[in-house]
Design a protein around this ligand. Structure first.
Ligand code: PGA
Length: 302
C-alpha cells in the first residue's frame, strides 16, 4: 500500500499539467523547493520515475502519464464532493472550467463579470481555442462546459442552443457591392476570400456554404484570427464570411460593410455543450442556469 498524501498528488498534477516546477509553485502559492520536496516524496513512495526534467522542461514518463490521468480523475471527483458539501451549507463555490471557441471570446467574457459577482465563491478557468483544439479537450474531458457554433456529431454530448450566431459576408466599405440591395451568391465566385485556418468552426461552415451552393471558393489568404481577417478586409485584400459576433463597436469597423447577399445572414446558434456521461458539477449547473436566464445580456450589438 502506497502512502501518498493529497498534497503530493495536487503538486504532481500541477507540475504535470503546467510542465514546469516554477509555474506549479506559483499556482499553488508555495516555493519551488516545496514543490521539489513533494515530488521527491511521491517518487520514493511510487518507486518509479514519474517526471524527467530536461533543461527547464518537464516530461512525463509512462508511469507519470498513468498517475496524471489518475490524479485528474481523482481531483475532479474530490472537487465535486467539495462543491456538494459547500452547496449543503448554502454556498456556491469551486472552480468552473469552460472552454470556448475563438469566436465566442467576443461575448462570453462579458457574461462572466455578472456571473462572478453573483457567485463570488466560484472561480472560473476559461480556455479560448479553435474548434479542433476544443474537440481534443472535450475528448480528454478537460472542462465542465464548452461553447461552440458547430457541435460535433462524433462525440456523445448534450448540446443546447442559447444565442443567435448569424454568419455574414464582409467586404471593404468601398467595395462596389457594398450598399447594393440583392447580391446573388454566385457573384461571390469572382471575389477573393480571406478565410480562417483549418480546424476552425468558421472555416468548416464557410466551406460547407460554398459546397452546398456549388460555387467555387477562391481563397486568397488564410489567417488564424478573426481580428486580423477584419483588418485584411478593411485593407482591401478580399471578402470574408465571419460570425456577426466578431463585429463590435470598434470605430475601425466603419471601413467594413456587411453585404446583402441572398440567403444571408445565415442563421446559426451558439451552443453550450457538455459530455453526456459526465455528471454536471454544482458550479457547472449554476452557470448553465445563469446562461439560460441571462442570455439577454448577450443581445447582439448590431
Ligand atoms: P471558430 O469557431 O472560432 O473555431 O471558428 C466558431 C464556430 O464554431 O462557429
Amino acid at each position: 500500500m502506497m502512502h501518498v498524501s493529497m498534497r503530493q498528488l495536487r503538486t504532481f498534477e500541477a507540475v504535470a499539467r503546467l510542465k514546469s516546477f516554477s509555474r506549479a509553485a506559483d499556482e499553488l502559492h508555495v516555493t519551488q523547493p516545496t514543490v521539489s520536496k513533494q515530488i521527491r516524496l511521491l517518487h520514493e513512495e511510487v518507486g518509479l520515475s514519474l517526471l524527467e526534467q530536461i533543461g527547464k522542461r518537464v516530461f512525463l514518463t509512462e508511469a507519470g502519464e498513468e498517475l496524471y490521468a489518475t490524479c485528474a480523475n481523482w481531483l475532479e471527483t474530490w472537487g465535486c464532493f467539495e462543491q456538494t458539501i459547500a452547496n449543503f451549507k448554502g454556498i456556491k463555490q469551486g472552480r468552473l472550467r469552460i472552454a470556448v471557441v475563438t469566436t465566442a471570446k467576443y461575448f462570453l467574457p462579458r457574461l462572466l463579470g455578472p456571473f462572478c459577482s453573483l457567485y463570488p465563491g466560484i472561480d472560473v478557468a476559461l480556455e479560448v481555442v479553435n474548434r479542433d483544439r476544443l474537440l481534443e479537450r472535450m475528448a480528454r474531458n478537460q472542462d465542465d462546459l464548452y461553447i461552440m457554433g458547430v457541435p460535433p456529431q462524433e462525440l456523445s454530448i448534450e448540446s443546447e442552443p442559447f444565442l443567435e450566431n448569424p454568419l455574414v459576408v464582409l467586404a471593404p466599405a468601398t467595395h462596389p457591392m457594398s450598399g447594393r440591395a440583392c447580391i446573388r451568391f454566385e457573384e461571390l465566385a469572382h471575389e477573393p476570400f480571406i478565410v480562417r485556418e483549418h480546424g476552425s468552426g468558421t472555416r468548416l461552415t464557410v466551406e460547407r456554404v460554398f459546397l452546398e451552393r456549388n460555387v467555387p471558393l477562391k481563397i486568397k489568404m488564410e489567417i488564424g484570427s478573426n481580428e486580423a481577417i477584419k483588418q485584411a478586409v478593411a485593407g482591401g485584400l478580399g471578402l470574408a464570411l465571419l460570425s456577426q459576433s466578431t463585429l463590435s463597436l470598434d470605430p475601425s469597423e466603419k471601413e467594413i460593410a456587411i453585404l446583402n447577399v441572398e440567403g444571408f445572414p445565415i442563421r446559426r446558434s451558439w451552443y453550450v455543450v457538455r459530455l453526456r456521461d459526465k455528471q454536471l458539477s454544482i458550479v457547472a449547473g449554476t452557470f448553465l442556469d445563469f446562461l439560460r436566464t441571462h442570455v439577454q445580456l448577450l443581445a447582439p450589438r448590431h
